[in-house]
Design a protein around this ligand. Structure first.
Ligand code: MN
Length: 281
């Protein structure tokens, strides 16, 4: 086994998006513009309704997928293809924007804690203009794998023990795990060598092997980019830890960004704005 080592630790940047939602941008900011195939990771956690109540009124996307995973609270999704649903704690909404969709993402609560993540996963140029599609899976549809001192919620991909999440996407083969470790517990897992991989610490702290092999501590709300290798070994510190382990196959294509659109070229971004303005979404 060739353990993946800690390559970079990234702390998110406080940002306001949508109609005034306070969030932390972890991927998609100067310290980490992208992590192919991942384009953006936003984390939100607040029990102050002023931080989230305005939500994300109707807006377009083209060229990639958005994955919303809620830890606490409720959010209602609605799009111009007729899809609508409410995700609750432990649920995921996986939207393939493809050639274009207009959707809204609004809190379905007036107060209380709203906590979760939105991840953007790129699509290859050959699939950026596919028909949009939408999947929603509530907590009961997300399998939980139990190991000693470890509980793994499998949102997409498959663990080495064969637990398979409800979402599969062969284009980027994403693995999306929500892992809880008891105090001092260790999580060892194999990962495809050609996949990009990162860890985001939700609670507690993790020790991750680094270049000196003595390990480095990564704490709450930090993202750790993992280097090359075929496995990971993550150990909880002096308290229980919860983290996301996310991996995917890089696309190695040019990335052109224009707000809610991510394409391969600037001309395709201009086309997206023009299609949206002329009502062709
Ligand atoms: Mn959106």
């Amino acid at each position: 086994m060739n353990k993946r080592k800690l390559q970079q630790v990234v702390t998110g940047v406080a940002t306001t998006d949508g109609a005034g939602v306070e969030l932390v941008r972890v991927i998609g900011q100067p310290a980490l513009m992208d992590l192919d195939p991942f384009l953006l990771l936003d984390a939100f956690r607040s029990d102050n309704p002023d931080d989230y109540i305005a939500g994300f009124p109707p807006h377009p996307h083209r060229g990639f997928e958005t994955v919303t995973y809620l830890l606490n609270g409720r959010m209602r999704h609605k799009d111009n293809a007729g899809n609508e649903g409410v995700i609750e704690a432990g649920g995921v909404q996986w939207m393939t924007a493809g050639k274009g969709i207009v959707h809204s993402e609004m809190p379905e609560q007036q107060d209380g804690l709203l906590e979760g993540f939105q991840l953007w996963i790129n699509l290859p140029g050959s699939h950026k203009m596919v028909e949009p599609s939408y999947q929603e899976h509530d907590q009961s549809q997300i399998p939980v794998e139990e190991r000693p001192a470890t509980r793994i919620r499998v949102i997409s991909g498959e663990t080495s023990k064969g637990t398979t999440g409800p979402v599969s996407q062969p284009l980027t083969d994403p693995l999306y795990l929500d892992v809880s470790l008891e105090l001092a517990g260790s999580f060892i897992e194999s990962l495809p060598t050609d996949h990009t991989a990162f860890v985001y610490v939700i609670n507690g702290s993790l020790n991750i092997p680094d270049e000196n092999d003595d390990g480095q501590v990564v704490t709450r709300d930090q993202l750790a980019v993992l280097g090359a290798g075929d496995s990971v070994e993550l150990t909880a510190g002096d308290e229980a830890a919860r983290f996301l382990l996310i991996a995917g196959k890089p696309l190695n294509e040019n990335i052109a960004r224009g707000g809610p659109f991510v394409m391969n070229t600037e001309a395709e971004i201009q086309q997206a704005f023009s299609d949206y303005k002329s009502g062709n979404f």
